[in-house]
Design a protein around this ligand. Structure first.
Ligand code: CP
Ligand code: NVA
Length: 305
């Protein structure tokens, strides 16, 4: 049976750590000039119904870097745009390619594709989760600050797809996570409750961003309006203003706390230019690590798929 990657909750802590360990090795080997061909002869299909810079390019570069090839399809260029059933798309694509990377709106889309595909389906962002991103973010945290189980991670801003995936990662990997979100912009309640029920370290939700960063080793933020929420931008800008990651907020955090943002960033909204360009920001190393983690993911899911 194909091994899908739809959310981080589908995997044990050991599984999640294994992607990161492998990505760190692949990164070192690539830097040393080693060439990989573990996916030679394999083809990856990519269906994106939302825009992407990093995820698309890093998955494509990862696949080519492992000796494979890629077919990219923008959602609007397929018959999905004319309501072809997902279950047909899944079965047809399974006859052509060895794996599917999908970026879409509803989590139920990747779930239905996975239910009918005989090839691995990998979630490259839905409204509910961004699992591959959080794996590369954790890789970055480990590189910069050591074992994540000993750290306190803060999430400041929207309780969105990224926040949900961070919550699932915290439960599985056993690190402390403090989320500060405005009322009415909480993470998914069922995901939070399930994670809190199994967590070895606290996963807490607060309303004051200063409380979230007070003990933080890592401060994370993300856009205030995610893809698909463009109509809410003005309203969200008002609600989220007190949640901006700026020098004033960083002054409330330990002096060695690092700042992550999965990008794209809106300077002057969720993060100031001074912070994202400043010495605590690791956002470009974070972006690079998407390439290495995507190699580790493709290797695991497609080599055996
Ligand atoms: N972080 C991230 O997923 O970026 P893209 O939307 O550019 O893929
Ligand atoms: N939460 C953001 C992440 C972008 C990579 C969005 O869904 O648009």
């Amino acid at each position: 049976m194909a091994l899908h990657l739809l959310s981080l909750a589908d995997f044990s802590g050991e599984d999640l750590a294994a992607y990161i360990d492998r990505a760190i090795v692949l990164k070192k080997e690539a830097a040393a000039g080693l060439r990989h061909d573990s996916l030679a002869g394999k083809t990856l299909g990519m269906i994106f119904e939302k825009p992407s810079t990093r995820t698309r390019v890093s998955f494509e570069a990862a696949m080519y870097g492992l000796g494979g090839q890629v077919i990219y399809l923008s959602g609007r260029d397929t018959q999905l745009a004319r309501n072809e059933p997902l279950k047909d798309m899944a079965r047809v694509m399974s006859r052509y390619v060895d794996g599917l990377v999908v970026r879409t709106f509803g989590q139920e889309v990747v779930e239905e594709l996975a239910a009918y595909a005989t090839i691995p389906v990998i979630n490259a962002l839905t409204d509910l989760h961004h699992p591959c991103q959080v794996l590369s973010d954790i890789m970055t945290v480990i590189e910069k600050r050591g074992p994540i189980q000993e750290l306190v991670i803060a999430w400041v801003g929207d309780g969105n797809n990224m926040a949900n995936s961070w919550i699932q990662a915290a439960a599985r990997l056993g690190f402390e996570l403090v989320l500060a979100c405005p009322a009415d912009y909480d993470p998914d309640a069922a995901i939070l409750a399930a994670a809190q029920a199994e967590a070895r370290r606290p996963i807490s939700l607060v309303r004051d961003p200063r409380e979230a960063v007070a003990r933080a080793d890592v401060i994370n933020t993300d856009v205030w309006a995610s893809m698909g929420q463009e109509a809410e931008e003005a309203e969200r800008r008002e609600v989220f203003a007190p949640f901006q990651v700026n020098d004033e907020l960083l002054a409330q955090a330990p002096a060695d706390a690092i700042v992550l943002h999965c990008l794209p960033a809106h300077r002057g909204d969720e993060i100031t230019a001074a912070v994202i360009e400043g010495p605590r920001s690791v956002v470009f190393d974070q972006a690079e690590n998407k390439l290495h983690i995507h190699k580790a993911i493709l290797e695991r899911h497609l080599a055996t798929g």
